[in-house]
Structures are given as structure tokens and as C-alpha cells.
Design a protein around this ligand. Structure first.
Ligand SMILES: Cc1cc2nc3c(=O)[nH]c(=O)nc-3n(C[C@H](O)[C@H](O)[C@H](O)COP(=O)(O)OP(=O)(O)OC[C@H]3O[C@@H](n4cnc5c(N)ncnc54)[C@H](O)[C@@H]3O)c2cc1C
Length: 460
């Protein structure tokens, strides 16, 4: 009996069946293809299939099933869990990145391996904004987890803009999922992660919004942290949906315009993105950014594609993420953030509180699989470091802080922002929708073939 995924794999058969390149250890590009954004993930798949078309995906699913091989799906490779890579067969969808814009219906048909920057390039030619983020994060993982994009507060989550998906199912069939066809599958894809099939194309609504986006970027001394978070709490509920404010505890980087005495010290950063006419939004933006005495205050219109420049990270860095949905920012939580969250373990670690609500909050929590519509905020810990020797310490720091913040939370977490995925955490992430998801899983994947994900057990 074969005992490893490599032994189980019949490579000549696989190569015969699939048009895309198949990479195994030692071949050019194998290491690049097995690398994901989170440097702590170092897995060696038996083979990586560089799928070129839906038919490759379908055949690879059949081969994996015949040979009883674990299978994972890699789109942008950005999920910090590293679920994209398993030790069996990895389906690398990155060559399936075609984006077709229909200007008349204002929709984009996006292949399942595309990244959002690739969608931006095409959509912006027609002066339309997609429901993602201007960053090479995969459309696949981002959307299937819910997708809080730049337009989220004004127009809704990526799943709210999803009209249709083409899916390769666990039994190797190709089906369409939409409100009209296979509506149970369509419901589950919109927040249920990679549990239900491999999406080979997504059709999204696009938004007629200008590419110039007004942003506010403020830095406050950490001594004022409690006041700053109290202001954030009192102001966010009154803030127009067109503004997307984030308050973060960061370490001040060395950049021009920042007084040297602050560099390397903790601070509170307001980063406020917006969607809409910059001139019309200037007044509410000025108002939001009017609090206290920040030592940096920049209000500028930047191109949509530059909105995520502040979040650029060098390749190979190591990450551990955790998140908590919050209905409120109670005094005790503000006290925790202001007095017990620092020192941050590394200069590139951050603790952010995202304003939710707006359009994404106006959809009912059971309308799609994404359950956390009622939350007002999402707290997100992003711990980042370079040395493997520090893995345990930084992962532990993140878990301890997460536990403390979670005491104030709704019990829910965001699957796209969570690195730990034990069964209890996964259940919490799917919230009240877990049981229905489990029923849909039993219909579409009763053997739990798609299990390299935040896994939902099939009911029954
Ligand atoms: C720098 C950075 C910024 C981010 N900013 C945001 C943000 O603003 N808002 C937000 O909501 N999230 C954000 N995220 C989180 C992001 O949504 C998740 O990391 C997401 O999983 C990334 O998708 P991916 O396709 O790159 O992931 P991958 O690692 O390629 O895939 C993750 C999992 O998704 C599933 N999957 C992916 N593609 C498919 C497919 N086509 N069919 C079926 N299953 C599939 C598989 O289960 C796979 O294991 C950010 C992440 C990073 C690293």
C-alpha cells in the first residue's frame, strides 16, 4: 500500500489528462508555486497543477479522488492559514486570471485564480470600481470568505456584488450557482469559504465611482490613545457610509514629515478611505479628521490603486492574524487597547479596529453565508516578524491578546483574517449560519473532499 501522497500519485496519468504544467519537487518554479504570503508555511506538495482552464480543474479533482489524495486550492496565496498548500495535490489557479468587463451590464467575469489588482486594471479602463481591494490578494479566498473591500461600507461586501459563479464540484461536475440556479450552493459560497467546490469564475457587479479617492491619514501620540478611541467610538456611527475609517495601534515608521521623537514609538493611526467624489467628501472627511492634536494629519485624494500602499509587506515575512467582531467599543476594551496592548512585539505588528456597518450591515445575517452583518467593528491583530526562531513567541502573543479582546466580542470571527482554525474557532466564524452551511456541505460535498479550508463538517 502506498503511504505518502507522492507514492499515491500516478504522475504520468495526471500529465496525460491535464493541459496545464505539473510541477514536482526539484523542478523549476516548484518552490515559487508552493510559496504563500505567510512565510511560516513551508509545505511540500506531491504535485502542483498549474491549471489553465476549467477542464484542468475538473480532471484534477477526478484524479485526486481516484487516488485518494488530499487536494488544496491556491488563488492569490494570501490566506495566513496556508490552506492553499497541502502535501497532496495543489491546484494553482493563478494562470486562470482572465477578466472580462461588460460595460453595459457593469459586471466583471473574473476567472477563479485572478487577483484584485488584475481586476482593477480592467475595470478602471471603464471607470468602474470592483468590490475588492487594490492589492494582489486573490479574488477567490477574499470573496468566498465575505470580502470587506474598499467599497464595502458604501456598496456592500464582495459577496453582495456576486451575481454568479461557475463551480467544479466534489464529484467533478461543472455547475452554475446563482439566485436562480443551485441557489443553496450560491448562498453557501457567499461567506462559507472554500468548502463547497472550486470556483473557476466569478461574475461581479462593478461600481460607477471615481478612481480618485479622498483619504485621511492621522497619527496621534499613544499617550492620547484612550481619548482617540473614545472619539472613534462616538464618531463612527455618525460617519457617512462613503467613508471607511480604521483606527490602528502601530509603531511609528521613519517617514518624511514625522518628527523624530515619535519614530519607533507606539501611536494611534486613523486611516480613512473613501469612495465617491473627493470634493463632496472633503467636508465629512475634514470633520472626521478634526479631533485632537495629531502629530501627522494628511488629507489627500489618491488614486484607487494606491490606497493599499501603506499596507505593503516584504515577501517572506511571517504572520499570525486573529480577529474579533464587536458590537461596541466598551470602556474596558478601550482601556485594554490604550494601556495593555503595548509594547507591540515587533515594529510591523498592528492592532486595528475597522468600522463595519453601512451597506454590508443592511443585508440580513442569513441572506448569505456571511453571518456577521450586525457587528459595528472588526478588531484585527496582525503580528508580523522575520525570524523563524521567534514563531512561537509571536504566535503566543497574538493568541493571548486575541483571548483578551474576544471577551468583548460578539463571539464571531472573520475567516479571512484568522490564522488559527481549530473546530471551535471555525464554528464561531460561521456563527448562526453554521448548521445551514453544514446541510449544504452534505449535499455538495458529503465526503468532505474539500477540507483544506476552515472546515465545515457535512451534516448527518
Ligand atoms: C495584505 C492583505 C490585505 C488584506 N486585506 C483584506 C481586506 O481589506 N478585506 C478582506 O476582507 N480581507 C483582506 N485580506 C484577507 C484576504 O481576504 C484573505 O487572505 C483571502 O483568503 C485571500 O485570498 P487568496 O485567494 O489570496 O487566498 P489563498 O491563500 O489562495 O486561498 C485561501 C483559501 O481560499 C479558498 N479558495 C481560494 N480560491 C478559491 C477558488 N477559486 N475556489 C474555491 N476555493 C478557493 C481555498 O480554500 C483556499 O485554501 C487581506 C490579506 C492580506 C494578506
Amino acid at each position: 500500500m502506498p503511504d505518502t501522497p507522492s507514492d499515491q500519485l500516478n504522475l504520468p496519468t495526471l500529465r496525460q489528462k491535464i493541459s496545464g504544467r505539473i510541477l514536482t519537487a526539484g523542478e523549476d518554479d516548484y518552490d515559487r508555486a508552493r510559496t504563500v504570503w505567510n512565510g511560516t508555511i513551508d509545505r511540500h506538495p506531491a504535485a502542483i497543477v498549474r491549471c489553465q482552464q476549467t477542464e484542468d480543474v475538473r480532471k484534477a479533482v477526478k484524479v485526486a479522488r481516484e487516488h485518494d489524495l488530499p487536494l488544496s486550492v491556491k488563488c492569490g496565496g494570501h490566506m495566513t492559514t496556508g490552506h492553499a498548500i497541502c502535501d497532496g495535490l495543489v491546484l494553482d489557479l493563478s494562470l486562470m486570471n482572465d477578466v472580462q468587463i461588460d460595460e453595459n451590464t457593469r459586471t466583471a467575469r473574473v476567472q477563479g485564480g485572478a487577483t484584485w489588482d488584475q481586476v482593477d486594471r480592467e475595470a478602471l479602463k471603464f471607470d468602474l470600481l470592483p468590490p475588492g481591494i487594490p492589492h494582489p490578494v486573490g479574488v477567490g479566498g477574499f470573496t468566498l470568505g465575505g470580502g470587506m473591500g474598499v467599497v464595502g461600507r458604501k456598496h456592500g461586501l464582495a459577496v453582495d456584488a456576486l451575481r454568479e459563479a461557475e463551480v467544479v464540484t466534489a464529484n467533478g461536475h461543472i455547475v452554475t450557482a446563482s439566485e436562480e440556479e443551485n441557489s443553496d450552493l450560491f448562498w453557501a459560497l457567499r461567506g462559507g469559504g472554500g468548502n463547497f467546490g472550486i470556483v473557476t469564475s466569478f461574475t461581479f457587479d462593478l461600481f460607477d465611482e471615481p478612481r480618485a479617492c479622498l483619504t485621511g491619514n492621522l497619527l496621534y501620540s499613544f499617550d492620547d490613545a484612550a481619548d482617540v478611541f473614545e472619539y472613534f467610538r462616538s464618531t463612527v456611527p455618525e460617519t457617512p457610509d462613503a467613508l471607511y475609517p480604521i483606527a490602528s495601534i502601530i509603531t511609528v515608521p521613519e517617514i518624511p514629515g514625522i518628527p523624530e521623537k515619535h519614530v519607533g514609538k507606539p501611536a494611534v493611526n486613523f486611516y480613512v478611505m473613501s469612495v465617491g467624489d473627493p470634493e463632496k467628501l472633503r467636508e465629512p472627511m475634514e470633520e472626521f479628521c478634526s479631533f485632537g492634536e495629531p502629530f501627522l494629519r494628511l488629507i489627500d485624494a489618491v488614486d484607487y490603486t494606491d490606497l493599499f500602499v501603506p499596507f505593503e509587506v516584504p515577501k517572506g515575512e511571517r504572520h499570525h492574524w486573529a480577529s474579533v467582531y464587536l458590537n461596541d467599543l466598551p470602556d474596558n476594551l478601550i482601556d485594554l487597547l490604550a494601556t495593555k496592548s503595548t509594547p507591540l512585539p515587533t515594529p510591523t505588528t498592528g492592532i486595528s479596529v475597522y468600522a463595519c456597518g453601512g451597506a454590508m450591515g443592511r443585508v440580513s445575517s442569513d441572506a448569505t453565508a456571511f453571518a456577521h452583518r450586525e457587528a459595528s467593528y472588526l478588531a484585527h491583530i496582525t503580528t508580523q516578524w522575520s525570524s523563524p526562531a521567534e514563531d512561537d513567541a509571536h504566535q503566543e502573543w497574538t493568541r493571548r491578546l486575541h483571548q483578551k479582546i474576544a471577551k468583548f466580542g460578539t463571539g464571531g470571527e472573520y475567516i479571512n483574517n484568522q490564522t488559527d482554525d481549530d473546530a471551535e474557532r471555525v464554528r464561531a466564524a460561521f456563527g448562526d449560519n453554521y448548521d445551514r452551511l453544514s446541510q449544504v456541505k452534505a449535499t455538495w460535498d458529503p465526503d468532505n473532499f474539500f477540507r483544506m479550508n476552515q472546515n465545515i463538517s457535512p451534516a448527518g
